[in-house]
Design a protein around this ligand. Sequence first.
Ligand SMILES: [Zn+2]
Length: 330
Amino acid sequence: MEQRTATNLQPRLTKHFAELITNEHLAHAYIFAGPQGVGKEELALWIAKGRYCPNAQNGRPCLKCAECKRIAEGNQPDVVFVAPEGLSIKVDQIRFLKEEFSKSGVESNRKFFIIQDAEKMTTGAANSLLKFLEEPNGQITAILLTTAVNQLLPTIISRCQLVELPALTDEQLVASLEKDGISKEKALVLGRLTDSVQLAHTLAQDNTFEQLCQNTCRWYLQVLHNDWRCFVDVQSKILPLLSGKKDEQLFLDLLVLLTKDLLLLRYSQRKFSFTAFNQEFSEALQPFSTQKILEATELILETKKRIAVNVSFQNVIEALTLELCRCYHG
Ligand SMILES: [Zn+2]
């Protein structure tokens, strides 16, 4: 299976860092901030490989040589990876890092370290790291990875260059999920439904979610066909699949995705997310003007707002079903 790679996930930043490596302009310390799954770790390791790879071309590592492989496997003594032990990164872990780097046996005077979930450093660990960053011996590159830059000590932030990794586009996320082994059909829905790679993976394994997708599509088709069973099915086939606020939100997000897709389907601007229902929706939509589909979209977005206020979800969804039927069949 093809891996998620820095060049796929962050093409602009790999280009930028390749130039820095070539010109030896790499800074002393960086913070890579961005949501989970955007390729922070991949990018940091790619830069490490770029610095040590003997075959690097314009700062771009070959990814094939022994050196690149050692870094990928965590067996390059000059490249140290620190991750939380349990819930936090403890002061001993930073001390260990310092000791590793002060050993004379290490292979070069170029050192590289990556700290994962840097916001999880205890205050002790952060202060210890701070001293390390202030008195660098030899050439050290530090990269701190974080999903919550605001939780880092301001003193740490001020010692580092902050690089914010942009969120993946929907289509990049779809491609990335497929590379992780999620089927094309699921990846298409999940990549567009959520920004979180983690949530996408959880939902991909979840049979209830798959059921929810299918039942939501069938229910919406009933609405389009003016089939009275939509009022029954919303209660018997959708609501029982939702337990709690998160699920309810997820259902509305699905509905927003579906209704946006219906607009795009009309103009064939992108592949329909719910692949298996493509044909049925194309046919069911034929009698309706674009204006109707737009009005229905607004009803759904309006409902998403309303649900934020504390009202019974069942009432809201029943009201939505009625409004959608009125909208399409007036
Ligand atoms: Zn290499």
